[in-house]
Write a protein that binds this ligand. Structure first.
Ligand code: ZN
Length: 520
């Protein structure tokens, strides 16, 4: 068999002598050109359709977000209102978050446990503040089979009370402390309005619960876990966060102090990305969690809890995504590299693509060998946020090179096939680092300062982002600001700045600098 020398994809071949092929050459190639032009036109329209299906984020950020979630095939709606299906591409991101976060937990001595999903009503009712905080959104089980239950059971909205019930028995002596437990599970909160990854009636999360002999140790653990979250967000998700303490108004029901990490989304709204609570000995006193200390006296334990949820995936979408879809930081990308063969029907192209996949085996790599056009494959790789694609075609093979294209910057880098392993690794590392820097720049550009109410109002009327302002510490001022501007205090950052002497709201002497914002 002799393939036509022209670019007709090898479809038109002659088994006869070279002369015959030469004789057919012109007409073959014209036919193939016409055919390929027609094909290209169809493909372009199809590619355009795929991209057009996403609303531009400048036009409607909320719709853009929903479009990305759907088109990147992360989640799907179900017949249960407010509950979602995690599709393979979405669940794989959660698995990578889980695995890497769990490693970081364990490095600090955390052990995983699993507690029941039901809480008896009497147990939930024990802590007054706690139950008031959760009662409006609790789902109840009233029957076991056909029999009404003697006592209603709630489906856990969080597990503080269950952990207290457990620690009450597990902790007797100072030798049983500390207890550093975590559980990966789902919880149920009957939310009225739901949003993919950000708010759903059942959601996946982790909740850590610890018990300590002293108040100092509990406080240390509370801050330690906040730091684990902050480092995780920056190093793995490439999302910079502000670490700080919540005001009393915004703290967790039943906590003496709540610490938070706050991230800024592309639209200038804040997203609380993880929280860590110090409960002091409040829960211990309510639930009777006591231990005999070294000095032989009976003492109450000091407790903490800390949690992150699949909201982190929402944060990744809203911090890094663009109008072509998802952009995943390499460390949580289920597929880090997509090898896309160009003219894959040409001899040797697919073999080379598979060979590259093998050589890139240290990464999460795939070959798109479907019969879709390269243009379609590019759009798909972009929509799904795959960090880099490797383009390899006959001409590249001949020249001993390939082209690596970065999802975030779309930069095309020519790489010699000999050094593809090292180069791909370097590019992924660089991308991870630059995505964080880019997100940090965006946050800095959207962080403002207000010294008086007029500036404060103007900023929230005209801009979107964080506004830093001084606060007197009175809840009345916080309430007034929230009511008037529909913004909340995000946190009192650990890194305080003295941007003024007086409270932005009442003019009395200021105690703390606060980050304010509209939040998800
Ligand atoms: Zn004030």
């Amino acid at each position: 068999m002799h393939a036509c020398m022209q670019d007709c994809q090898g479809k038109l071949m002659t088994s006869n002598a070279n002369e015959k092929c030469e004789a057919f050459r012109i007409c073959i190639c014209e036919e193939s050109r016409e055919q390929s032009q027609k094909q290209e036109k169809e493909e372009n329209m199809a590619d355009k359709k795929l991209v057009e299906a996403i609303t531009a984020m400048e036009d409607d950020f909320a719709q853009w977000y929903t479009d990305v979630v759907k088109k990147a095939e992360l989640l799907d709606y179900t017949s249960i209102k407010g509950c979602m299906v995690f599709k393979p591409a979405g669940y794989a991101i959660w698995e990578l978050i889980q695995r890497q976060m769990d490693d970081r937990f364990k490095a600090t001595g955390v052990e995983n446990v699993y507690l029941p999903m039901f809480i008896p009503e009497s147990l939930l009712n024990k802590e007054k503040d706690h139950v008031e905080g959760f009662a409006p959104e609790v789902a109840w089980v009233t029957h076991g089979g056909l029999q009404p239950l003697q006592e209603r059971l709630c489906v856990r909205p969080t597990s503080e009370t269950l952990f207290c019930d457990y620690y009450k028995n597990a902790v007797q002596s100072y030798r049983d402390l500390p207890q550093i437990c975590n559980q990966w599970c789902s919880v149920v909160r009957w939310e009225k309005e739901t949003r993919p990854f950000l708010r759903s009636r059942e959601f996946l999360w982790q909740e850590g619960h610890t018990a300590h002999a002293t108040a100092e140790e509990a406080e240390e653990r509370t801050i330690q876990m906040l730091n684990v979250y902050a480092d995780f967000c920056e190093e793995v998700l490439a999302i910079p966060v502000i670490k700080g303490r919540k005001t009393d108004k915004e703290k967790f029901a039943g906590a003496t102090a709540t610490y938070t990490i706050e991230a800024l989304m592309h639209d200038g709204k804040a997203l609380q990305s993880g929280t860590s609570h110090n409960f002091g000995d409040g829960f211990a006193k309510t639930f009777g969690i006591q231990f005999t200390d070294k000095d032989n006296t009976l003492k109450y334990v000091h407790q903490t809890s800390w949690g992150t949820t699949t909201r982190l995936i929402g944060a990744v979408i809203m911090v890094h995504g663009d109008n072509s879809g998802l952009v995943l930081p390499p460390r949580i990308a289920p597929t880090q590299i997509m090898v896309i063969p160009i003219q894959q029907k040409k001899e040797g192209v697919l073999d080379k693509a598979y060979e590259l996949k093998d050589r890139l085996g240290a990464f999460r790599v795939k070959v798109d060998d479907t019969d879709k056009s390269p243009g379609w494959k590019f759009s798909e790789q972009e929509m799904r946020g795959i960090p880099i694609r490797v383009e390899i075609g006959p001409k590249d093979i001949e020249a001993g090179k390939c082209v690596i294209c970065r999802r975030d910057t779309r930069e095309k880098i020519e790489v010699s096939l000999d050094e593809i392993e090292t180069k791909a690794g370097e590019i992924l590392d660089l991308m991870q680092k630059e995505m964080l820097e880019h997100a940090r720049e965006h946050r800095e550009e959207h962080t403002y300062e207000a010294k008086d109410m007029e500036t404060f109002r103007k900023l929230f009327a005209e801009k979107s982002g964080f506004v830093k302002a001084m606060w007197c510490g009175e809840q009345a001022c916080e309430d007034q600001i929230k009511e008037e501007m529909a913004v909340t205090s995000r946190c009192m950052p650990f890194e305080q700045e003295q941007i003024g002497e007086t409270c932005v709201c009442c003019g009395k002497p200021a105690k703390k600098m606060v980050y304010w914002g509209r939040a998800y």
